[in-house]
Design a binder for this molecule. Structure first.
Ligand code: AMP
Ligand code: MG
Length: 314
C-alpha cells in the first residue's frame, strides 16, 4: 500500500511517500523566522511553498499509484493546521483517494519505531512544542511531561536571547562544547518537568557571563532532568529499552547522557535517525498507514490544535 503524508503543523511543510513502511520520498521546506515563529506567517510560508514541494514529490512518484493520503491534524498551530488540511483535502479530491487525519506526536514515535525497531520501549519525545515520557499499552500513556514549555522551544528562546536564529538547537549544541558548568535551577516534580525557571535564569545570566558556559550548563541541567525522568520510567515499568524521538533527539549530548543511564541499568537506547528526527511528511504517511490498518482508531479530518497523544484510543 502506498501512502502520501503531509506535515504542516508548525515550522515545516513536508510531503513524504511510503510503501508498506518503506520511505520512498521525503521532501520538505522549513520556515526559519529571525524572531520566534509567528503562526500566520508560518501558514503563509507553507501556502507559498506547498506547490513547489508537491512538484518535487510528483517528479519522483506517480500519483496514480498513491492509495491513501494522511494529514497531521494536530497538535499544532491553528493557521498551519487549517492550511495543511485545506491542501490535503484538495489533493485527496484531485487524486480521488481517501484522506485520514493523524496525530503529529504519534507520527514522531511511529517513524522512530519503524527505523530503529525497538520491542516495547519507553519513549522520550522531545521536540519544539512537546516534551513527554510515554508508555505504549493499548494506546499511549503519558508518564511525565513538561508543565510549561517544550524543551525545543526553551532552547530556541535561549538562542534568540543570545541573537541566534531559529532553530537554535544545533548552534547552542556546538557553542556549548567549549563551556564550563555553572549552577542553574533544576526542576523535576515527580515525573513532570519545568523549563521556564532554568530558561529565565539562563537568559538573565547571559548578560554578564560567558555564553558558552550558560549554553553548556543549560543543556546539562535540562538534559539531566530528562534523563532522570526517563530512568524512573524505565525502573517503574521494568522496561529495558528507551526510544528517543523528536527534533531535539539530534542532540549528541542528550544522546550521550541517556546512553550512559541506559547502559548502567542494562537497557538499550534507540535514537531516531537524524534526518527523520524533525518534522517531516514521511512520518505522517507511516502513521496514516498504521491508522488505516487499525480499524479501531477514530479518524479525524477536522483540525485538533490541542490533540493529546493520550487521547488516541486503540
Ligand atoms: P521538531 O519540532 O520535532 O521539528 O523539532 C524542532 C526543534 O528541535 C527545534 O526547537 C530545534 O531547536 C530543536 N533541535 C534541532 N536540532 C537540535 C540539536 N542538535 N540540539 C538541540 N535541539 C535541536
Ligand atoms: Mg514535531
Amino acid at each position: 500500500m502506498r501512502v502520501l503524508g503531509i506535515e504542516s503543523t508548525a515550522h515545516t511543510f513536508g510531503i513524504g511517500v511510503v510503501e508498506n513502511k518503506k520511505i520512498l520520498v521525503d521532501e520538505r521546506i522549513v520556515y526559519k523566522p529571525k524572531e520566534g515563529i509567528v503562526p500566520i506567517e508560518a501558514a503563509e510560508f507553507h501556502r507559498e511553498h506547498s506547490a513547489k514541494v508537491l512538484q518535487k514529490v510528483e517528479n519522483k512518484i506517480n500519483f496514480k499509484e498513491v492509495d491513501l493520503i494522511g494529514i497531521s491534524t494536530g497538535p499544532g498551530l491553528p493557521p498551519c493546521l487549517y492550511f495543511g488540511l485545506e491542501f490535503a483535502k484538495k489533493l485527496a479530491a484531485k487524486l480521488k483517494k481517501p484522506l485520514i487525519g493523524v496525530n503529529h506526536c504519534q507520527a514522531h514515535i511511529e517513524i522512530g519505531k519503524t527505523l530503529t525497531k525497538p520491542k516495547e520501549p519507553i519513549i522520550l519525545y522531545v521536540s519544539g512544542g512537546n516534551t513527554q515520557i510515554i508508555y505504549e499499552n493499548k494506546g499511549y500513556k503519558i508518564l511525565g511531561e513538561t508543565q510549561d514549555i517544550g524543551i525545543g522551544n526553551a532552547i530556541d528562546k535561549l538562542g534568540r536571547a543570545a541573537g541566534l536564529s531559529f532553530p537554535a538547537g544545533p548552534k547552542i549544541e556546538k557553542i556549548a562544547r567549549k563551556g564550563k558548568f555553572v549552577l542553574l535551577p533544576y526542576s523535576v516534580k515527580g515525573m513532570d518537568l519545568n523549563f521556564s525557571g532554568v530558561l529565565s535564569e539562563s537568559i538573565r545570566r547571559l548578560k554578564n557571563e560567558k555564553e558558552e558556559d550558560i549554553f553548556y550548563s543549560f543543556q546539562e541541567v535540562c538534559f539531566a532532568m530528562l534523563t532522570e525522568v526517563s530512568e524512573r520510567a524505565l525502573a517503574a515499568t521494568e522496561k529495558n529499552e528507551l526510544l528517543l524521538v523528536g527534533g531535539v533527539a539530534q542532540n549528541k549530548r542528550l544522546q550521550k547522557m541517556l546512553k550512559i543511564m541506559c547502559e548502567e541499568r542494562g537497557a538499550k537506547l534507540k535514537v531516531v535517525p537524524k534526518e527523520f528526527a524533525g518534522d517531516n511528511g514521511a512520518m505522517i504517511a507511516l502513521t496514516a498507514l498504521v491508522t488505516y490498518k487499525d480499524k479501531k482508531i477514530r479518524n479525524e479530518t477536522e483540525v485538533r490544535p490541542n490533540w493529546r497523544i493520550d487521547n488516541i484510543y486503540k
